[in-house]
Every structure is written in structure tokens, then in C-alpha cells.
Design a protein around this ligand. Structure first.
Ligand code: MG
Length: 374
């Protein structure tokens, strides 16, 4: 059922270090499983997506968000005849490079790096994790993933300039990524644009009225749910409406991508790679709705005063720890000190790597240990 424009595992460009075939799992299935067994993957459980544990144990964290992206991606990939194993591996790995404290953590870490003329980028960090930091196998450092998974880690959400990133040259930066990777950025949006409405509502930071007013597509489906289930409690009608929003986004992404593939006469993976733009896309009407709900979330949730404390925490904790280890590198764990002594890794980069790998709990512990009372 695999389309000709899908990635076919037997045509994979393979691993850095060749390995014998597994008797009953193909290379992308093995990559998916290696991601699941990675420490960095398990740590996603204790990393903030939007809400810290202060709010509730049943709100999304980075791990459950990742699982939702994986579920949605598999459905869409199956309907488009894409390689579901590759899509699943890419979905599960897509947020593995995220630091603690969600988006605020990413910004704070980047700000700390910029003071040293450097930057933090979660895709590049994810690549460092799977290429080097994960130490699980005796035969190689990292996870020794296939080219297509590494390429997808780098290229799923943005394009990198070949001149600015000579180290990424092997990832065919002048070509579009396969559809399997293109999908991930959009399914990520489907997942969090809907989940954050749900968690924001449950956290009482967004009211039903605000959401219905600010997200017209939700309102349309809420009315529908009221008609079909007039006796249902509000939260169940809310869920019915949100389910329909997800379905609308998913249906549209499938049908619009199919139409674009036909229009562009895409036959093969090479056609996908050499097309001047990405082919996975929402239709203009649904793209406008997606943007509307994203803007609503930025204005009313992500930048809301209620979440400001968490943002301040991220800035304060990351800023103070970064400065502390710059001053006192001898307080870093031994293996990080070693890395900083090897000339190819600068001290800021080593500190950044250490902080980026931390969970929310662990970084607070470090802050208490080194910076509290300072
Ligand atoms: Mg994500």
C-alpha cells in the first residue's frame, strides 16, 4: 500500500555504522524502538509542554504530547500511503531536543547562549542527542539511526541554510524533506492547537465563551454538539467539538496534500525532494482557521498573566545556573568537565547541552543546590 512517493525502507541510505538486518523488524521500526528506549525520550515525561505539574497530573507533558503527535501522524501517513514506520519514528523523536520549562526554557537557553555569540536550536540539539549523547550500545555512540530519521529530525520543521550550517551538508539542505518528515510539523500543530484548548479550559485559564468567540471553527462544532447531545454535560460537548476540530484538520491535511501531489504530478520520492516547495499543507481556508486558533492561544494562554510566573522561573533558573557553571566549571559533572577540556566543545556549549537535557524537577534541584540564597 506504500505510494511510490513514500520513503521505502529498502532504499534507505542506511546507518553510519552498517548493522546486520533484524530478522523481523525493518530499519525504521528499529529506529522507532531505539528512540523509545532512549533516556532522553523517557525524560520527556518530566518536561513541561505548556502546563507545569503545578496545575494537574492529567495535562499534557512533552511525552504525552509526543504520543498524540505520533497517533495523529500515523493516521495521516496511512491514508496518504506514506511510510508509517518512518513517520512514527519521526513523531516520537520530534521533541527529544527540548529543554525543561517548555517554550520559555528554550528562549532562556537561547538567550544565555547568545551572550556568548552562540545559539540554542532544539532540532540541532536533538541530532546531538541521537548522534552522540545517548550511550546505550557497546558498538557505537548514539543510536546509529538511519539517514532518513536523522534528516527528518533536522528538516521537519524548518529549512537550514547550507552556508550557515556546513556540518549539516549531508542532509541535502537544497532539497525538500520526504513527505513523512513534512507531515510532522503540521501534525505537531494539530496536536497542540487542540490539546492546549483542552488543557487551558480545564485549567480555568480559558473559558468556554472565550474559546467559542475566539475560535469560530470550535464554535461551529460546539453548536453541532449541542444539537446532537442537548442533555450532555458541557465538558462532553466540549470534547465532541474538539474531536471534530481535530478531524477537520486531519481530513483537510490528507485531502489537500493529495490534491497538491496530483497537481504537481508527483510520482516519486525524488519528485517530492526536488519540488520547489513543501507539498504537505492545509488548504487556504483551513490554514486560516489553524492560524486563528494559534493566535488565540498565544494571546490568551501562552502569554497570559497566569503563566507568567512559570516563564519567570524558567528565565531565572536557567539564567542563574548558566552563569554559575560559566564561573565554576569545576562544579559540572565530571564527564561534562572532560568535554569542555576537549578543545572542540566550548564551555557555553557544554553547559547548554547539560541544561537542555534536564527535566523540570532536576533543574530545580540544581538551582536549589547551587544558586538558592545567592
Ligand atoms: Mg511538538
Amino acid at each position: 500500500m506504500l505510494a511510490a512517493y513514500a520513503v521505502h525502507v529498502e532504499h534507505s541510505r542506511g546507518r553510519r555504522i552498517p548493522e546486520p538486518q533484524h530478522p523481523y523488524r525493518n530499519d525504521f521500526q528499529r529506529d522507532r524502538d531505539r528512540v523509545i528506549h532512549a533516556r532522553a525520550f523517557r525524560r520527556l515525561e518530566a518536561k513541561t509542554q505548556v502546563f507545569t505539574r503545578r496545575y494537574s497530573d492529567h495535562f499534557r507533558n512533552r511525552l504525552t504530547h509526543t504520543l498524540e503527535v505520533s497517533q495523529i501522524s500515523r493516521t495521516i501517513a496511512g491514508a496518504l500511503g506514506l511510510n508509517v514506520d518512518l513517520v512514527e519514528a519521526l513523531a516520537l523523536v520530534h521533541d527529544i531536543g527540548h529543554p525543561p520549562f517548555g517554550h520559555a526554557g528554550e528562549k532562556s537557553l537561547d538567550a544565555a547562549m547568545r551572550e556568548h555569540g552562540l545559539a540554542f536550536d532544539h532540532n540541532l540539539h536533538a541530532l546531538r542527542i541521537v548522534e552522540d549523547f545517548e550511550q546505550r550500545y557497546a558498538a557505537f555512540r548514539g543510536l546509529n539511526l538511519t539517514f532518513e530519521v536523522r534528516e527528518g529530525i533536522i528538516k521537519h520543521s524548518r529549512d537550514y541554510d547550507a552556508k550557515e550550517h556546513p556540518a549539516l551538508a549531508e542532509y541535502l539542505l537544497d532539497q525538500r524533506p520526504p513527505l513523512e518528515a513534512q507531515l510532522i510539523d503540521l501534525t505537531d500543530e494539530i496536536a497542540y492547537n487542540t490539546a492546549d484548548l483542552d488543557d487551558g479550559y480545564e485549567a480555568h485559564l480559558l473559558s468556554l465563551e472565550e474559546i467559542r468567540e475566539g475560535v469560530p471553527v470550535f464554535d461551529r462544532y460546539y453548536r453541532e454538539a449541542e444539537q446532537i447531545y442537548p442533555g450532555a454535560i458541557t465538558k462532553l460537548k466540549f470534547n465532541e467539538a474538539l474531536k471534530r476540530v481535530i478531524n477537520r484538520l486531519v481530513d483537510d491535511l490528507i485531502s489537500n496534500t493529495q490534491a497538491r501531489l496530483q497537481q504537481a504530478r508527483i510520482q516519486t520520492l525524488d519528485d517530492v525532494r526536488h519540488h520547489p516547495e513543501r507539498l504537505a499543507a492545509f488548504s487556504p481556508a483551513v490554514e486560516a482557521e489553524r492560524k486563528q486558533s494559534k493566535d488565540f492561544l498565544y494571546e490568551n494562554l501562552y502569554f497570559s498573566p497566569a503563566l507568567a510566573d512559570e516563564k519567570d522561573d524558567a528565565e531565572r533558573v536557567i539564567g542563574a545556573l548558566f552563569a554559575f557553571w560559566m564561573e565554576s566549571p569545576e562544579a559540572l559533572p565530571h564527564n561534562y568537565q572532560e568535554k569542555a577540556k576537549e578543545k572542540d566543545e566550548s564551555l557555553p556549549r557544554v553547559i547548554c547541552d547539560y541544561i537542555a537535557g534536564m527535566t523540570d524537577n532536576f533543574i530545580f534541584e540544581q538551582y536549589e543546590k547551587h544558586c538558592a540564597g545567592a
